[in-house]
Design a protein around this ligand. Structure first.
Ligand SMILES: [Mg+2]
Length: 258
């Protein structure tokens, strides 16, 4: 029989390998009122450590948090790579890289910060990140949370009119962020470097992950981690933590298609 694959590629296939992309909050970790206390579900760190031991499996956390903030709640095993701030920050092998913001974004973000400063006295919490600001209302009474988000959204839309920043919605908050990156862009970049035939998956829980689900579906598994059903581009849903842990376990036994 004619050989159709070179020895290196055969070895990669036998060894499994693959690209495993994971959101953090709501996916690897349960939500907490104080995000600084949102450690991963018990068992997640150990499983990802074991998965990432295989140098042919690329494990990438794709999060809206900043690198600094993520590392405070989840110090990943060394081989794990992080794309943070919706693709504006990168961390791998101990090296932290921040992509430069397009001209004008910095001053727009300062305007956005001033625009919602008074909402903090009403209970909203503002998270300042390198490429964005996030307005959080988790834990507030529903009516006040809705009013604060509506007001914040209205003010930030004014700032967005300059065309350099965009709005994102996430569980219990909104975010104003520099345009040009995003979880979908990160997924496209990672997919471009995946080997043909490799297992590919993206796991997420939130509106911001839908863009990533749509991109990854062409090539692999799009998986929503959630306790409730809702409209999604993901192909299947896992209930955390039991089904999530079971799914991660399948990456340990995965041997590749060939
Ligand atoms: Mg999330």
């Amino acid at each position: 029989m004619a050989r159709t694959r070179g020895p290196i590629r055969q070895k990669r296939r036998r060894a499994g390998g693959g690209l495993l992309m994971l959101d953090y909050d709501g996916t690897l970790a349960p939500f907490r009122r104080d995000p600084a206390r949102a450690g991963p579900w018990p068992g997640v760190r150990r499983l990802l450590q074991r998965i990432s031991v295989n140098p042919r499996t690329r494990v990438v956390v794709v999060t809206g948090r900043s690198v600094e903030d993520l590392l405070r709640v989840y110090a990943p095993p060394a081989p794990v790579e992080v794309w943070a701030c919706h693709g504006w920050e990168h961390f791998a092998h101990g090296r932290h890289t921040r992509l430069p913001l397009p001209a004008g974004c910095g001053s727009d973000l300062r305007r956005a910060l001033e625009a919602v400063a008074d909402l903090l006295a009403r209970g909203a919490r503002l998270e300042v990140k390198p490429a964005s600001l996030a307005l959080h209302v988790r834990g507030l009474p529903a009516a006040r949370a809705a009013a604060l988000l509506a007001e914040g959204r209205r003010r930030w839309r004014v700032v967005c009119r300059a065309g350099r920043l965009g709005l994102l919605q996430f569980a219990a908050g909104i975010e104003i962020i520099a345009r040009g990156r995003g979880k979908g862009v990160v997924v496209d970049e990672l997919l471009a470097r995946a080997l043909p035939g490799e297992r590919v998956a993206y796991l997420g829980d939130d509106v911001a992950d839908e863009e990533a689900f749509r991109r990854v579906r062409r090539r692999g598994e799009a998986i929503r981690v959630a306790t409730r059903c809702s409209a999604t581009a993901a192909g299947k849903t896992l209930r955390p933590p039991v089904e999530l842990l079971a799914y991660l376990g399948t990456w340990l036994s995965h041997r590749g298609p060939g």
